[in-house]
Design a protein around this ligand. Structure first.
Ligand SMILES: Nc1ncnc2c1ncn2[C@@H]1O[C@H](COP(=O)(O)OP(=O)(O)OP(=O)(O)O)[C@@H](O)[C@H]1O
Ligand SMILES: [Mg+2]
Length: 307
């Protein structure tokens, strides 16, 4: 659905995006993750046709963004980093205005606006003046604006920046609903956001892609070891001692909130896991969980962007 090939963008002498290539398939919700100044906004602006790259190509569906900008833009809903909103308009009048600018035919305009309002959770706020809304609700208006023409693709540039926990969760839940229905690129530097809604992550750092894939793939790209979680009902201190005696175990950490839950890092060898299960069952510690675990995204991110 989105194909980006060898994208490079210079601002004067500064190379903000350096030979970036990736694709996003239909129905995927992809996290575009990177620290400040990584080149996220620049890449997204090129995808949306806001400005051209210095070199490289972007295809949206069947269209090249530079050759067929109008056709490509029709397929995209864009929520920019600091969404421009007319703060003295009401939600409804702003969306009506945006629908007219989008040239949404009069016949379906009302219905399009209502659908966008519903998908963005604004049903009870249509008469509010935008300037009086909380930051979270302003973001919802920006999302509604991006959804008006029912685009196949949504490009969301840090939609959760500056939101409190509740508003962040609400917005992420809305984005989560798009999985399988729309193709979404969500840029953020909040790791928990991508963890919640994205099925794939692309990590950009200093203009270059440093990693791409599912969490499992990213995790195995920075560590060779296996990780698993286990929970027991009894004698957690003794359990820790027993685990430390098993060959192949590299590290054991206890959950801060629940000392009976352990995260174990071991060499990649099923025999180690089998031994762990055997010891815990034989000693009757009440093993109630043994499940695969992965490196926290936080650690993967720091590992991949530390050079
Ligand atoms: N219009 C511009 N003119 C000159 N330099 C720019 C411009 N826009 C961005 N830059 C620079 O390009 C680099 C990449 O910026 P970009 O905004 O794409 O990063 P980002 O990953 O979106 O960062 P953030 O997390 O802070 O939003 C930065 O060094 C930035 O200062
Ligand atoms: Mg940015």
């Amino acid at each position: 659905m989105i194909q980006i090939e060898n994208l490079t963008k210079y601002y004067g002498l500064l190379k903000a995006v350096d030979n970036v290539t990736f694709t996003v398939s239909k129905g995927e919700v992809v996290g575009f993750l990177g620290p400040n100044a990584a080149g996220k906004t620049t890449t997204l602006r090129i995808i949306t046709g806001y400005f051209p790259p210095t070199t490289g190509k972007v295809r949206i569906g069947d269209y090249d963004v530079m050759d067929k900008p109008i056709e490509a833009k029709k397929m995209i809903g864009y929520m920019p980093e600091n969404p421009p909103l007319y703060t003295d308009m009401t939600v409804k009048s702003f969306l009506t205005f945006a629908a007219k600018i989008r040239s949404i035919p009069r016949k379906i305009r009302k219905e399009s606006i209502e659908k966008a309002i519903e998908l963005s959770g604004l049903t009870n706020h249509v008469k509010f003046i935008i300037g009086h809304l909380s930051k979270g609700y302003k973001q919802r208006v920006a999302l509604a604006q991006a959804l008006l023409h029912d685009p196949e693709i949504l490009i969301l540039d840090e939609p959760t920046a500056g939101l409190d926990a509740k508003e962040r969760m609400d917005l992420l839940n809305m984005i989560h609903e798009f999985i399988g229905k729309k193709t979404v690129v969500l840029s953020t530097h909040i790791l928990a956001d991508v963890e919640k809604v994205c099925n794939r992550v692309i990590i950009i750092h200093k203009g270059s892609i440093v990693a791409e894939g599912s969490y499992e793939m990213l995790s195995s790209s920075v560590t060779e070891n296996d990780r698993f979680a286990l929970t027991v009902l009894r004698n957690d201190d003794e359990v820790e001692q027993e685990l430390r005696l098993i060959d192949g175990i590299i590290n054991i950490t206890r959950n801060q909130d629940n000392p009976k839950r352990f995260t174990v890092e071991s060499i990649k060898d099923l025999a180690v896991k089998e031994k762990v299960a055997k010891v815990l069952v034989e000693k009757n510690y009440g093993l109630i969980e043994l499940s695969p675990s992965r490196l926290p995204l936080e650690e993967i991110f720091i590992e991949l962007t530390k050079q």
